[in-house]
Design a protein around this ligand. Structure first.
Ligand SMILES: [Zn+2]
Length: 272
């Protein structure tokens, strides 16, 4: 076949596509496969696989709690391939929620509401699945996941998420909006997509992200107890940062993680 400019462009597009799928290395690190260690957790008849991807290098701990938010997990893996770090990813094929399966019946809860009893109670109630039995099982699951993440006093955690256009945006962190009461300060860059933003409990990180013109929100001290991973990390005195991007914004989310990695520079970042 004669190589015409059209095919060159097509080949370039295909290669870029493969690279964007995350099977290749966007940075300077090793291109070897990133193979997870898998922990199998049970919720009665249900199995949840907790996959841990790890490579030496940067001391960054990523967590992907929502199984259907694949762009964010791919972005974290791309970062780890290039720079090192650790990702804990929940995998079960049920979508956003985790389920307890009993006699074939599914009882849902949100894994980003499971880290306090109060949050878990609300989440089970929201899905009409609140019972002492479910509360006990989901609490045990939350502590098993917490152990795999290695949650402990002072540990920094990066929680990666994706959202649907317009559903959850930086605008929801403004005063009077849905997460306004969780928020001490918010910076919105009108030139940015409002679906792509950071939320952190670290004023220093907030200021640094703002200076890079990222959409960013700063958590208040003692935020409402939603049972989120952010609540728990904050209670443990660690730096928490949520990296939210629109589904499919892989290149954008990798760039956000790259900038975050440069700012955090390992584990020596000031939390105040
Ligand atoms: Zn999410």
């Amino acid at each position: 076949m004669k190589i015409t400019p059209f095919y060159v462009v097509l080949l370039g597009t295909l290669l870029a596509g493969f690279s964007a799928l995350g099977n290749d290395n966007p940075g300077s690190g090793s291109t070897a496969a990133l193979t997870p260690v898998t922990h199998t957790l049970r919720l009665e008849e249900e199995k949840v696989w907790v996959k841990v991807y790890q490579r030496p290098g940067m001391n960054l701990n990523f967590v992907s709690l929502h199984d259907n938010e694949n762009t964010s997990a791919e972005a974290a893996k791309a970062y780890i391939r290039a720079h090192g770090g650790r990702l804990v990813e929940l995998v079960h094929g049920r979508g956003r929620t985790v389920v307890i399966r009993r006699n074939g019946v599914l009882h849902h809860f949100d894994p980003n509401r499971m880290f306090t009893t109060e949050g878990l109670r609300h989440s089970l109630k929201y899905f009409h699945n609140l019972s002492e039995e479910n509360l006990g099982l989901a609490s045990r699951f939350a502590s098993q996941v917490g152990d795999i993440i290695g949650l402990e006093a002072g540990k920094s955690i990066i929680s990666v998420h994706n959202n649907t256009p317009g559903k959850l945006t930086i605008h929801d962190f403004k005063p009077g909006e849905w997460y306004g009461e969780d928020t001490r300060d918010v910076f919105i860059n009108p030139a940015e997509d409002p679906d792509d933003f950071f939320f952190t409990n670290s004023p220093a990180l907030f200021r640094a992200l703002k200076s890079l013109r990222y959409n960013a929100a700063l958590m208040i001290q003692n935020p409402p107890d939603r049972g989120s991973l952010g609540n728990l990390v904050d209670n443990l005195g660690g730096l928490y940062v949520l990296v939210e991007a629109e589904h499919g914004h892989l290149t954008r989310q990798i760039a956000m993680l790259e900038d975050l990695g440069r700012l955090l520079g390992g584990d020596s970042f000031p939390t105040q």
